[in-house]
Design a protein around this ligand. Structure first.
Ligand code: ATP
Length: 218
């Protein structure tokens, strides 16, 4: 993996978990917070940590913020600070600014001032939990559009020991298998002769409703 540089502004629970994951993946991560207790290097997993107020242009310049490949604004409760920070980052020429929004209005303003990607952690996590409760056999999913998903689905018992040809997923369920997840490995573009084994999961692409029907087969 090529090494990229990231600055995470706001070291609350959200910011520190992003910073730690990136750092564990061997990336260069600068952690920034206005509160010096949050910047205690023993507590956060970052390459370096700095105390500064991200609403002050000079402070952002002093750490060379525009040289970072990505800047993540993980300030939530102080909406004014979050908006001002995103605005300054874009004015200073940061290429990719990712910002956390508390609600739709906040998110719209962040987009207006130039955020390249706005995330809604509570809303998105809530949707994921609901999805998981409604479809316990779906382990993972990606929304491709309003209608189409890619989903990783636990194979129903009735399909074990059958080949993909026999199952004829496309004709019977209107879904396409793009991979089989077997133990820790992936069989990409499985051939029709592949036989489904106990514990396999199928990665499938299709219309949401068709995938949902498939996920409820016993
Ligand atoms: P989380 O929900 O991620 O745990 P939190 O509830 O602790 O966050 P938030 O208000 O979302 O608090 O702020 C996250 C972090 O952003 C805090 O540690 C806060 O000190 C920091 N922060 C707030 N304003 C600024 C600012 N102007 N400059 C730098 N850091 C800031």
């Amino acid at each position: 993996m090529t090494k990229q540089s990231y600055a995470v502004i706001g070291l609350g629970r959200f910011g520190t978990s992003i910073a730690a994951k990136l750092y564990e993946a061997g990336q260069e991560v600068m952690g920034i917070d206005i509160n010096n207790e949050r910047v205690d290097e023993g507590k956060v997993s970052v390459t370096h940590a700095v105390v500064l107020d991200s609403t002050e242009e000079e402070s952002l310049k002093s750490v060379g913020i525009r040289n970072f490949d990505y800047v993540i604004v993980a300030i939530g409760n102080d909406m004014q600070a979050s908006i001002l920070t995103v605005m300054l980052l874009k004015e200073l020429g940061v290429k990719e600014v990712i910002a956390k929004a508390l609600n739709k209005r906040h998110g719209q303003v962040l987009e207006k001032v130039g955020a390249d990607w706005v995330i809604y952690p509570e809303r998105d996590m809530g949707e994921r939990v609901a999805h998981q409760l409604l479809s316990p056999n779906v382990l993972n999913y990606i929304e491709l559009s309003k209608e189409y998903n890619i989903e990783e689905i636990i194979i129903p018992l009735s399909m074990e020991r059958k080949s993909l040809r026999e199952l004829d997923l496309r004709a019977k369920y209107n879904v396409n298998a793009i991979a089989i997840v077997r133990n820790e490995s992936l069989i990409i573009s499985p051939s029709p002769d592949q036989t489904i084994q106990n514990g396999d999961k199928l990665v499938m692409i299709g219309h949401r409703e068709d995938l949902n029907d498939f996920a409820h087969i016993k």
